[in-house]
Write a protein that binds this ligand. Structure first.
Ligand SMILES: [Zn+2]
Length: 434
């Protein structure tokens, strides 16, 4: 399996560092509001990669962190007049529900900042002891001039006059290169104890502390959206490698961003799409499919035209696969098309080839079963309930009795759930795209 490694800027062969196990970390959400489509796309992309690695026979130990202590959470909780931890707990639960509705496989662990303060503080202590961090009257900062590899991932160059400047916020401008906060001394009510007084940890330190705790270092794969390269991932590397004097991670994979009609999604532009809102109109499986049509490193543009085209292709593909099952076809190896994914998970190319094979009917029934199993693995769908199966049988009886109006009502109700019934001469095809 080859992946484009953002650390080395080239495609490299992935070999697990320990036996057959791939230790993988993906930066998770800051929990103070509902998930939007941008979040969903990132988690779906890394779920594809995780599933595919498992398909190839690797064991995957995945960790996704939950940022449940953050200035944004405090700000939102003050607006809503509810305690910050309560707000964070609520949206942590919502996040789990969203992952489930997207049929994303469970991670090994979802560590929370609030449960790992000991590890975070310990890492800051090591950085101070080793001379990479210093305390001021408003916090503890990482001194980027001390870490000679700073900028290796993002290509950012430290200018002499910038060293020694500090930022306490986690939201500084991309162009700004400066010492960053490991611990922020605060005076508000939401505080945690540390050897440097009360306050909150900075954002970057949690990912170093929690990935090392659960995955050790170096670990195999670190994923996240491309906008996390700088400063977040650059800072993760600096903290971890400075503290322990060895490599932090082998591969960094970065996924492309989501745009809406060519623009970045943001609340102020009014083009912000919440995941739940989207899932009322489309099945989760379709969202996975839409994401799959784009290479994971490419941006995705959400617009009416792209969605419409993808929907037609999606429906058509499902229909063809169901119809293929009804007949027998020529031999062709599934392995050949799966190989395409082994090259930096090239999903659009895989899909083009798959479509070509189906188009030419170049697939045998036994291979179709494999293909079907494989597609089901990447795009798990909602299974029909026993009640739904009974309804289909009931509808067939109604049709035999020529009660077509009643049969039609059942069909229409199924369509509302994205399950389509197509009547052939002596059987009914069930096209379940939910
Ligand atoms: Zn992170």
């Amino acid at each position: 399996m080859n992946f484009y490694n953002s650390l080395t800027k080239r495609k490299e062969s992935l070999r697990p560092l320990k036996n057959n196990l791939i230790r993988m970390y993906v930066c998770g959400p800051t929990v103070y509001g509902p998930s939007h489509l941008g979040h969903a796309v990132t988690y779906i992309r890394f779920d594809f990669i995780r599933r595919f690695l498992e398909f190839l026979g690797y064991k995957v130990k995945l960790v996704i962190n939950i940022t449940d202590i953050h200035d944004d959470i405090l700000k939102k909780s003050q607006e809503l007049k509810i305690p910050p931890q309560k707000l964070a707990d609520k949206y942590t639960q919502e996040f789990y529900k969203d992952l489930e509705s997207l049929r994303i496989k469970k991670a090994f662990k979802y560590p929370r900042v609030s449960e790992n303060l000991k590890e975070i503080i310990n890492l800051i202590k090591i950085l101070i002891q080793k001379g990479y961090a210093y305390e001021t009257n408003d916090g503890v900062y990482f001194d980027i001039s001390k870490f000679k590899n700073y900028g290796r991932l993002s290509g950012i160059i430290i200018e002499k006059e910038l060293t020694g400047t500090r930022v306490k916020t986690d939201k500084y401008e991309k162009e700004e290169v400066s010492d960053f906060a490991l611990w922020k001394k605060e005076n508000d009510k939401w505080l945690f104890s540390s050897p440097w007084g009360k306050g909150r940890p900075g954002w970057h330190i949690e990912c170093s502390a929690m990935s090392i705790k659960y995955l050790d270092m170096p670990f195999d794969l670190h994923g996240g959206a491309i906008d996390l390269i700088f400063p977040h991932h650059e800072n993760e590397i600096a903290q971890s490698e400075a503290a322990y004097g060895k490599k932090f991670v082998n591969f960094y994979l970065h996924s492309g961003l989501l745009y809406v009609n060519g623009q970045k999604m943001s609340k102020s532009l009014g083009n912000y799409i919440e995941l739940r809102e989207f899932l009322q109109k489309y099945p989760a499986r379709f969202l996975r499919f839409f994401v799959f049509l784009h290479h994971y490193r490419s941006p995705i543009d959400f617009n009416e035209k792209n969605l419409k085209n993808a929907w037609e292709t999606y429906f058509n593909l499902n229909e063809r696969i169901v119809k293929l099952k009804a007949k027998e076809f020529k031999e062709k190896n599934l392995r050949n098309i799966v190989k395409i994914l082994e090259d930096d998970f090239n999903s659009p190319k895989f899909f083009a080839k798959l479509y070509e094979i189906i188009e030419k009917n170049e697939i045998s029934l036994s291979n179709l079963k494999n293909l079907d199993k494989f597609l089901l693995f990447l795009f798990p769908w909602r299974k029909l309930t026993p009640k739904e199966k009974a309804l289909i049988r009931q509808r067939n009886r109604l049709r035999q009795e020529k009660k077509f109006a009643q049969a039609d009502i059942i069909r229409q109700n199924f369509e509302k759930k994205f399950i389509y019934l197509q009547d052939l001469k002596n059987k009914t095809l069930v096209i379940n795209i939910n």
